[in-house]
Design a protein around this ligand. Structure first.
Ligand code: 4NP
Length: 157
């Protein structure tokens, strides 16, 4: 199973989700791959936002080694599922992916924990540390739901 998590900058939300999901994958002893990317190229090569790093660390997760990259259309071939934070991410991924777009492989990440509600993960970029804690809690629930949904499903080659 290969999962890609996408937000706008790949610096606040998706690096947190990548760290949370990897932590749960390791604890569940699953052989999955997880990565994250941004639809924009503002922060390529950068470490996660200091508050994402701080909130992850407070929850026992180290994301300091992760580095920002931009989503590319070939990610639709490389990954089994792509989870985005909000409708803008969804539309931007669709625009970048062009002929690689596959609606069956992509969803809003909160639809995993809150099915069919199309809820969005708010961007904490302009806010305070409190926003990062709220985002962490939402993403943790969603990642838990991803593990529950796919952990027992045999992976086809
Ligand atoms: P993210 O947050 O999409 O959760 O990484 C943002 C980070 C940076 C910017 C916007 C959103 N920015 O405009 O630089």
């Amino acid at each position: 199973m290969k999962i890609l998590i996408v937000c706008l900058g790949n610096i606040c939300r998706s690096p947190l989700a990548e760290g949370i999901l990897r932590d749960k994958i390791e604890k569940a002893k699953l052989n999955w791959i997880v990565d994250s990317a941004g639809t924009a190229g503002y922060h390529i090569g950068e470490a996660p936002h200091r508050l994402s790093q701080k909130v992850a660390k407070l929850n026992g997760i180290d994301i300091t080694h992760q580095r920002g990259r931009q989503f590319v259309k070939e990610d639709f071939e490389r990954f089994d599922f792509i989870y985005v934070m909000d409708a803008d991410n969804y539309n931007d991924v669709k625009r970048i992916a062009r002929q690689y777009w596959n609606e069956n492989k992509i969803d809003l990440i909160l639809n995993m924990s809150n099915p069919n509600q199309n809820l969005e993960v708010p961007d904490p970029w302009y806010g305070t540390e409190e926003g990062y804690h709220k985002v962490f809690a939402m993403l943790s629930e969603a990642c838990e739901a991803i593990i529950r949904k796919y952990a027992d499903v045999p992976i086809s080659k």
